[in-house]
Design a protein around this ligand. Structure first.
Ligand SMILES: *Cc1c(COP(=O)(O)O)cnc(C)c1O
Length: 469
C-alpha cells in the first residue's frame, strides 16, 4: 500500500507528472482530431481495475491519456463546434486544484469567510453583468440544468406554493425546464405551448392571448419561461416585451440564459439580450459563455430574498452563523450544503486574464458566426436563414437529387467520421438541420474557414454518390 499522504518529495513528483500530462494534452489540441473512435476504451483494461496495494502513477496517467483523454469528442478542440461548446480555461483547471488542496468550506461564511466572500463577489459580478440591481441574489451551480431548477423552485415558493398556476413556454425551451418542473412537483401544472415566429422566437401576441385566456378562465398565470439564446438556433426571445406582459399578469418571468445570457458582457451581445435584467430569475452557464471547464452554472434571482426563502435552512448541528460581513452563506442560497469552492475557477481567470479578455473573446465569437453565415450564404445549395442572433448558425444543404433530410444526416455523419470539424444536428419545423455553434475561446477565423472547406469537400463526395443511400 502507498500512503494517503505522500511525503513532500513524492508530492512534487506526482504534481510534476500530472502537470506534464496536462501540458502534453494541451500541446496536441491544435492538430488533434475533433472526434476519435473509442476502440482503445474497449481494447485496454487495467487488470485488476482496483488493487489493494496501489499502482504506479505513470502507468495510471498513461491509461488516462489513452482511454479517457483521447476517445470521443475533443471538446477542447478549436474545431469542436457541436452542441454548445464547453471551454476549459487552463486558469480554471489550476484554480480547481488550488481549491481542492486548501479544501476551504465554501458553504458557510463562518467556516471560510474568504472563500465565501469570493463566491459572493463572483455572483455579484455575474448579476451586474446581466444588469441586475443591488439586492439580486444568486448561487453557483454545477450547470445550467441545476440553475434552471434552482430558479424554478424559487419561483414556485414565491408565487405557486399551493400549485395550480399555469406555465408558458415555447417549443424551443430546453428539455431541462421539463425536468425542473417535474422535480419541483409542477409537472402537472397547466401548460401553454406558446407559438413562435419566423425567427423561432416566442411570439408576444400569442403569449398575451394565452395569458388573457387564462385570466378570463380563472387560471392564475404562474411562470413564463423565455430563452436568451435557444440551443437550436441561438434565437433570443423578445425579453423586454415578455417582461412587461409578466408584470401585467403577475407571472414570474424566468429567462433560460444558459447559452446566451452571459453575452451581456460584450457590447453587441448586451444589445441582443436586452431586457434580461427585467426577468425575475435567470439561469446562466459560465461553462459555456465564459469558457470555463464543465461544472459551473449560476442561478440569479432579481430579488435575492426569494432564493433565501426557498433554500435557507437551519439545523442544530450548524453553528449559529452571525454576520461576517461577506454576504450570505452559499448554503443558504442553494440546494447544496457541502460544495466544491466553484467560484475560484471563475474568479482566477478573471483576475489573471482580465474581464476585457472575456469581452474580446465573446465579440470575436459573435463576429465569427456572422462571418460563417455570410460565407455559407454564398455557396450553392446551402440554406442558411436569417443572420444569427448569437453564435449558433443552423443550416442545411439542398442536394440536386434525393431526399433532403437523409442527405443532411449523411453530411453530418461524414463530418463527424472525418474527425476534423465537429458540428451537430437538430430538427426545426420537421427539417433535419446542421448546427455550427462557435463558442470555444480557441476557435478563430481559420477554424471557421476549415468548417466551410470541410462542408464543400463532404458535399462533393456525397453528391458524387448521386445522393444514393
Ligand atoms: C446548455 C443549456 C442548458 C443546460 O445546461 P447544462 O449546463 O448542460 O446543465 C439549458 N438551457 C440552455 C439554453 C442551454 O444551452
Amino acid at each position: 500500500m502507498r500512503p494517503l499522504e505522500p511525503e513532500a518529495g513524492e508530492r512534487h513528483q506526482f504534481g510534476r507528472l500530472a502537470l506534464d500530462h496536462a501540458l502534453a494534452y494541451l500541446a496536441q489540441i491544435a492538430d488533434a482530431p475533433s472526434n476519435r473512435p473509442a476502440d482503445e476504451v474497449f481494447a485496454r483494461r487495467l487488470d485488476p481495475e482496483f488493487t489493494e496495494t496501489g499502482r504506479d502513477i505513470a502507468a495510471t496517467l498513461d491509461y488516462i491519456a489513452t482511454c479517457i483523454d483521447a476517445p470521443g469528442f475533443a471538446t477542447t478542440s478549436p474545431r469542436f463546434m457541436g452542441y454548445i461548446p464547453g471551454g476549459g480555461l487552463f486558469h480554471s483547471a489550476l484554480a480547481d486544484m488550488l481549491a481542492a488542496v486548501s479544501n476551504k468550506y465554501a458553504g458557510f461564511a463562518s467556516a471560510s469567510p474568504g472563500a465565501v466572500r469570493i463566491e459572493n463577489l463572483t455572483v455579484r459580478w455575474l448579476a451586474e453583468t446581466i444588469g441586475y440591481p443591488e439586492g439580486a441574489g444568486g448561487t453557483l451551480t454545477s450547470g445550467g440544468s441545476v440553475a434552471n431548477l434552482t430558479a424554478i423552485v424559487a419561483a414556485r415558493d414565491a408565487l405557486d406554493g399551493d400549485g395550480g398556476g399555469a406555465v408558458y413556454l415555447s417549443r424551443f425551451a430546453h428539455h431541462c425546464i421539463d425536468k425542473a418542473l417535474h422535480i419541483a412537483g409542477r409537472a402537472g401544472a397547466p401548460r401553454r405551448a406558446i407559438a413562435t415566429d419566423a425567427h423561432q422566437c416566442l411570439s408576444v401576441p400569442a403569449l398575451a392571448a394565452a395569458l388573457e385566456a387564462d385570466r378570463a378562465a380563472g387560471v392564475r398565470p404562474w411562470l413564463v419561461v423565455a430563452s436568451a439564446g435557444t440551443v437550436d438556433t441561438g434565437a433570443v426571445d423578445p425579453l423586454a416585451e415578455i417582461a412587461e406582459l409578466c408584470r401585467q399578469y403577475g407571472a414570474w418571468f424566468h429567462v433560460d440564459g444558459a447559452y446566451g445570457g452571459l453575452f451581456a458582457l460584450c457590447d453587441e451581445g448586451r444589445a441582443k439580450v436586452r431586457g434580461i435584467d427585467l426577468a425575475d430569475s435567470v439561469a446562466l452557464d459560465p461553462h459555456k459563455t465564459l469558457f470555463l471547464p464543465y461544472g459551473t452554472g449560476a442561478a440569479l434571482v432579481r430579488d435575492g430574498r426569494h432564493l433565501a426563502q426557498a433554500f435557507g435552512a437551519t439545523a442544530d448541528y450548524i453553528a449559529p452563523l452571525g454576520d461576517f460581513g461577506v454576504g450570505p452563506s452559499p448554503a443558504d442560497m442553494s440546494i447544496e450544503l457541502t460544495r466544491h469552492f466553484r467560484a475560484l475557477r471563475l474568479w482566477l481567470p478573471l483576475q489573471i486574464a482580465g474581464v476585457g479578455a472575456f469581452r474580446a473573446a465573446q465579440s470575436e465569437k459573435l463576429a465569427l458566426a456572422r462571418y460563417f453565415h455570410a460565407r455559407l450564404a454564398q455557396l450553392d445549395g446551402f440554406e442558411v436563414g436569417a443572420p444569427p442572433d448569437l453564435s449558433v448558425v443552423a443550416f442545411r444543404y439542398r442536394p440536386h437529387t434525393g431526399e433532403v433530410d437523409a442527405f443532411n444526416q449523411r453530411l453530418l455523419r461524414h463530418l463527424i467520421d472525418e474527425g476534423r470539424v465537429l458540428l451537430s444536428g437538430t430538427r426545426i419545423d420537421g427539417h433535419q438541420m446542421l448546427r455550427c455553434a462557435i463558442l470555444s475561446f480557441r476557435t478563430h477565423i481559420e477554424h471557421v474557414d476549415e468548417v466551410v472547406e470541410a462542408l464543400k469537400r463532404a458535399v462533393d463526395v456525397l453528391e458524387g454518390d448521386g445522393g444514393a443511400e
